[in-house]
Design a protein around this ligand. Structure first.
Ligand SMILES: Nc1ncnc2c1ncn2[C@@H]1O[C@H](COP(=O)(O)OP(=O)(O)OP(=O)(O)O)[C@@H](O)[C@H]1O
Ligand SMILES: [Mg+2]
Length: 256
C-alpha cells in the first residue's frame, strides 16, 4: 500500500536514455511519494543505476522530464534532503587519507557545515548517523583500513548525516555478511517507519525485504511497477513478459 500525497517527491515522465545509439531506458514514467519504501530490481545492465543518476541530475536524459518536489531538477537546490549511496561507493584506495569521522562529516558539507565551521548541530547529526550505523568505535580509523562491510556502513552514515528526507541506496550491501545484512534491513525498516524517511533501494535481494517495501519497480529498459509486492504472481507474470528473472522474486518468497 502506498501513501499518496498530491505532490510526489519524484515525478518522472516519459524518461529516455539513449547512448551511442543504444536505448538503455525507454519511456519510464513513475512517481515516488513521501514515506514510501521502494525496491528496484532488474538484471545487470538493465538501467537501474542510470535511472537513479538521472533523478539526481548526474546523468542527462535523452528525453522526458524529472520533477523533484514539484520543481524541475535544474531549479532544485535542497540537495541535502536527498541522501545517496552510489553503487560501489565504498571501494576506496587503501591509502585514502581520511578517517571515518572525516567521511561522515562530508555529509554535512551541503548544509554549510564545513570542517572549520562545524556547529553543534552538525556535530550532533554526525554523531547520530554514526550511532545509527554502529560505527562510533571506528571513527578515528582510516577508511582504507576497514573491511568492505564496515566501509559500506560509513557511506550510509555519511548519507544519513545530512538528515535526508529520502535515502537512495544503490546495492549498498553487496558482499556484506548475513548477520550484518539482517541488521541493515532492520535499520532501513526503522528509518522508514519511525523516521518517515522515504527509501529507494536498488537490490538483488528482494525476498528478504518483500514484507517491508511498499512498491517494487522492475527496471529492464522499461519499468514495471508492482503496487502490491506481496502479490508476487502478477509481478512474476509481468516480469516474465519483460524477460526478467522472476525466480529471483518467487523463490526468495518461499524460502522466507
Ligand atoms: N555514460 C555511459 N556511457 C556508456 N554506457 C552507459 C553509460 N551509462 C550507462 N551505460 C550503459 O547502460 C546500461 C545500463 O547500466 P546501469 O549501470 O544503469 O545498469 P544496472 O541496472 O545498474 O546494472 P547492475 O545491476 O549491474 O548495477 C549498461 O549497458 C551501461 O553500459
Ligand atoms: Mg547498477
Amino acid at each position: 500500500m502506498s501513501i499518496k500525497f498530491s505532490v510526489p517527491i519524484f515525478d518522472i515522465k516519459n524518461l529516455n536514455f539513449i547512448i551511442k545509439g543504444q536505448t538503455i531506458l525507454s519511456n519510464i514514467s513513475l512517481e515516488i511519494f513521501t514515506s514510501e519504501y521502494i525496491a528496484i530490481i532488474g538484471p545487470n545492465g538493465g538501467g537501474k543505476t542510470t535511472l537513479v543518476r538521472m533523478l539526481l541530475e548526474l546523468e542527462k536524459p535523452s528525453g522526458g522530464e524529472v520533477k523533484i518536489y514539484g520543481k524541475k531538477l535544474s531549479n532544485f537546490k535542497e540537495w541535502h534532503k536527498i541522501g545517496y549511496v552510489p553503487q560501489r561507493a565504498s571501494h576506496v584506495d587503501s591509502s585514502f587519507p581520511a578517517t571515518v569521522l572525516d567521511i561522515v562529516k562530508m555529509g554535512r558539507i551541503s548544509q554549510g557545515g564545513f570542517f572549520n565551521s562545524f556547529k553543534d548541530e552538525d556535530k550532533r547529526a554526525v554523531h547520530d548517523a554514526m550511532l545509527k550505523m554502529d560505527i562510533l568505535d571506528l571513527q578515528n580509523k582510516m577508511i582504507g583500513t576497514l573491511s568492505g562491510g564496515q566501509r559500506q556502513r560509513v557511506m550510509i552514515a555519511r548519507a544519513l548525516a545530512s538528515k535526508p528526507q529520502i535515502l537512495i541506496l544503490d546495492e549498498p550491501n553487496t558482499g556484506v555478511d548475513v548477520a550484518s545484512q539482517k541488521n541493515f534491513y532492520a535499520l532501513l525498516k526503522k528509518l522508514n517507519k519511525e523516521e518517515k524517511i522515504t527509501i529507494v533501494f536498488i537490490t538483488h535481494d528482494i525476498g528478504v525485504i518483500a514484507d517491508d517495501i511498499t512498491r517494487l519497480f522492475t527496471i529492464n529498459q522499461k519499468a514495471i511497477i508492482c503496487n502490491n509486492p506481496k502479490q508476487t504472481l502478477s509481478c512474476q507474470e509481468m516480469s516474465e513478459l519483460y524477460g526478467i528473472d522472476a525466480h529471483l522474486l518467487h523463490n526468495h518468497r518461499h524460502e522466507h
